[in-house]
Design a protein around this ligand. Structure first.
Ligand SMILES: [Mg+2]
Ligand SMILES: [Zn+2]
Length: 212
C-alpha cells in the first residue's frame, strides 16, 4: 500500500540513515511501511536457533538451541496480530542427515516450548532439496508461493523477510518484500542490500512494533 517504489525497493539504505546495526538510533521514518505489515517471514537457523558451524546441520531437538529473546519476540509479534511464517532451507534432508519427519518432530518440540512462553509460529515452509534442483531453495521464491497458497491474504507489500544471510535478503527482494538482515558480519557480500540491519530478532521486532 505505502510502497510505490517498484524499482527501488531494498535500496532505502543508500539514501538515508537506515543503518540500524550496532546501536545506531532508529528513525521511525525509515519504517513507515511497518504500519501496513501483516506477515513476518523468518529464516530459522541463525534467527530462531543457533546456527551450526559451516557444513553442519541441526539434525535433532537436542541440537536445537533457541536463541535468547526469541520466544518473547515471537509472542510480541503474535500479540500484535502479525502472522509469523518460517521459511528455511534444510538441505540436510537431501543429504540424508535427517528426514522430513525428524524435522517435523523437531518443530513440534519447538512449538511446545514456544507455547509454554505464550508464543507460536503460524507455519513452517521448508526446502528439503539439494542446490539447483527445485524452485524453493532460497533465494528462489517457491517458499513464498507456498505460503501464499496456504494463506491467501499474504502479499509482498505487507510482508517483511528477516534473515541472517544474503540469500534471505535476496529471497525477500525477489518477491518484493522489505528485508531485514540480522547479526550481519561486517563486509559480508550483499549485506548492504537489506532495507534494515539489526543485531538480533528481538531488536528487529522492537523497531517494527514501535513503528506501528
Ligand atoms: Mg540462517
Ligand atoms: Zn526446494
Amino acid at each position: 500500500m505505502a510502497r510505490k517504489d517498484g524499482s527501488g525497493h531494498g535500496l532505502s539504505g543508500g539514501t538515508g540513515p537506515a543503518r540500524c546495526y550496532d546501536g545506531d538510533v532508529i528513525s521511525t521514518a525509515n519504517l513507515a511501511w511497518a504500519a501496513d505489515l501483516r506477515t513476518v517471514f523468518l529464516d530459522r537457523d541463525g534467527i530462531l536457533n543457533e546456527k551450526m558451524p559451516e557444513h553442519r546441520y541441526v539434525t535433532r531437538w537436542e541440537e536445537f538451541r533457541v536463541l535468547p529473546g526469541v520466544s518473547e519476540a515471537l509472542r510480541r509479534l503474535n500479540e500484535a496480530g502479525l502472522r509469523v511464517v518460517v521459511v528455511s532451507n534444510q538441505r540436510g534432508i537431501a543429504k540424508g542427515l535427517y528426514t522430513a519427519a525428524d524435522l517435523e518432530a523437531m518443530h513440534a518440540q519447538f512449538q511446545r516450548l514456544l507455547g509454554r512462553e505464550g508464543a507460536r509460529i503460524d507455519a513452517f515452509f521448508i526446502c528439503p532439496h539439494e542446490t539447483d534442483e527445485c524452485n524453493c531453495r532460497k533465494p528462489l521464491t517457491g517458499l513464498f508461493e507456498q505460503a501464499v497458497a496456504r494463506f491467501h491474504e499474504i502479499t509482498a507489500a505487507t510482508s517483511v523477510m528477516i534473515g541472517d544471510s544474503p540469500s534471505d535478503v535476496e529471497f525477500g527482494r525477489r518477491v518484493g518484500m522489505k528485508t531485514i538482515l540480522v547479526d550481519a558480519r561486517d563486509g559480508r557480500a550483499g549485506a548492504e542490500l537489506a532495507d534494515l540491519r539489526f543485531a538480533s530478532l528481538a531488536e528487529a521486532v522492537d523497531a517494527l512494533l514501535a513503528a506501528r
